[in-house]
Design a protein around this ligand. Sequence first.
Ligand code: ZN
Length: 245
Amino acid sequence: MSFPPSAPPIEDVKKVLCVFAHPDDVDFGSAATVARWVAEGIEVAYVLVTRGDAGGFDNTPRGEMPGLREAEQRAAAAALGVTQVEFLEGYFDGKVTPSLELRRDLVAAIRRHRPDRILTSSPLRRWERISGPSHPDHLAVGEALTCAVYPDARNEFALPELLAAGLEPWVVREIWYSGGPNPDHAVDATDYFDRKLAALNAHASQTRHMEDLEGMLRGWMGTTAQAAGMPEGQVAEAYTIIRTE
Ligand SMILES: [Zn+2]
C-alpha cells in the first residue's frame, strides 16, 4: 500500500493546521517547512493529541512529563513563530487509536480553525522502519484525521452536537502527510535549518541526550534534498500531498 503521486500544492493557502500525536512530531518532520510557511505570511496552528507522557530518556519524575513536554512544545512553536498551540484532553501517549471520539475531536478542531491545508502524520506504515514514523500513535492520528476531513468535517448531518455548538461544516482542501512511504514533494529547508534546530533543542527532554543532533539532521535532510534533485549542501523535508476538496 502506498500513496499516489503528490498533487501540486494549492497556492492561495491562508491557514494551515498541523495535527500530530506527540510534542516534537511536527518539529522532527516539518519545523523548517512550518517556519517557511510563517515567513510567507501563512497562519499556522497546532493541535497535539497527547502531551507525550510516555516520552523521555532520563529520571524526570513521570508525573512532571506531560506539563514539561507541553511547555517544550510551546517553546518550540514560538521558535518558528507559531503561537496557536492546543492540546486535546483524554488521550495518552502510546494509547492513541483512530477512534470515533478522536475523529469527533479532530472535526471540532477543523471546524474551529477552518484551515485550507492540514499537515499530519502518515496513516501508512513504512515496513522498512518499524520505529519513528511508524509509531502506532502517528498512524492512528493520520487515519483519524483523514476520516475527520472526509466525510465528517464537511457533512452538516454528521455530529449534530458540533453544529449545535456553532461549529459549521468545513472543507479542508489538501492534506500534507509526513513520515509516509515514498514522499515525493520536497520543501527546501536550507534557509530554515537553524530554526528547526532551535525548535528541536526546545524539546530538551527528548533531544538533550543526543550527541550530534545537528549532524544527524543535516545527514538525513541532505539525503532527502539529494533524492529530490537539489544541489549538494541543501537540506529538505518531504511529504505526500493529497487533494481533499
Ligand atoms: Zn511521536
